[in-house]
Design a protein around this ligand. Structure first.
Ligand code: PGA
Length: 266
């Protein structure tokens, strides 16, 4: 299965000029990246349109070498009186292919519930966007001393999120197996510099895959990413695990040196 590197810029950088500079660091490496890998940049909404025009790969040629664009969020309705929101179709019509849904920072700061996330997942899939659904246990679970119990509690937490976030996707007419990506992001590992042990991340990735397959066999092909303090120095440890199909990178994705290191590992 091909590797996916999703770069989540979060609320960075603070100007379009800097966003273009960062984009060009990735773009200039793309000819060296193996064909089988997808690199997705998820910038703030305000930069999406401009960055689309920045690719050095001419339209229609070597499509697979192009940096893909993703949004960091979306709203579930198609249009109407929803001040400040961005619809799935707006993203699709702009040429955006991916969207992150259910990131823990939105769950925490914007009070996004699993019910809201489920609506967003369904709306994004219906619009033909690829969804990067983020799940992962909290710090509370990571504090449990007994390893077996810690892992069990983490799996229970993630399973509960998946059950709620993916509710009713089986009723959908769209090809979910081609459009869904799940990112395992333990909340305690995000932005802390304390990445998850790669073997534990691989065990969780396998657990997620088994959950998905029990839900619907077609979901066997859903890529499972790991996210949480991934850097150019530790990315290989995650890529070495066959259960992990890629990474979601936050902090290191807006650091030019780190970005170069990360792309060299592909
Ligand atoms: P981090 O963030 O790489 O800074 O830990 C990952 C994420 O939030 O997606």
């Amino acid at each position: 299965m091909k590797k996916i590197i999703a770069l989540n810029w979060k609320m960075n950088p603070d100007s379009l000029a800097k966003a273009k500079e960062l984009f060009s660091v990735v773009d200039s490496q793309m000819s060296k990246v193996k064909d089988s890998s997808d690199v997705v940049i998820c910038p703030p909404f305000v930069y999406l349109e401009s960055l689309k025009a920045e690719s050095s790969i001419p339209a229609g040629r070597q499509e697979k070498l192009k940096v893909k664009l993703g949004a960091q969020d979306l709203f579930w309705e198609t249009s109407g009186a929803y001040t400040g929101e961005v619809s799935p179709k707006m993203l699709k019509n702009m040429g955006v292919g991916y969207v992150i849904v259910g990131h823990s920072e939105r769950r925490k700061y914007m009070n996004e519930t699993d019910e809201i996330i489920n609506k967003k997942v369904l709306a994004a899939l219906k619009a033909g966007l690829k969804v990067i659904l983020c799940v992962g246990e909290l710090k509370r679970e990571s504090r449990i001393k007994n390893k077996e119990l810690r892992i069990k509690k983490a799996k229970d937490y993630v399973k509960n999120q998946l059950q709620k976030d993916l509710k009713k996707i089986h009723n959908s007419l769209f090809k979910i197996h081609n459009s869904l990506i799940v990112a395992y992001e333990p909340v305690w590992a995000i932005g802390t510099g304390k990445n998850c042990n790669p073997s534990d991340a691989a065990e969780m990735a396998e657990f997620i895959k088994n959950f998905l397959m029990a839900y619907d066999l077609r979901l066997k092909s859903v890529p499972i990413l790991y996210g949480g303090s991934v850097t150019g120095s530790n990315i290989n440890q995650f890529f070495d695990k066959k259960e992990i199909n890629g990474v979601l990178v936050g902090g290191a994705s807006v650091d030019k040196k780190e970005v170069n290191k990360i792309l060299k590992e592909l």
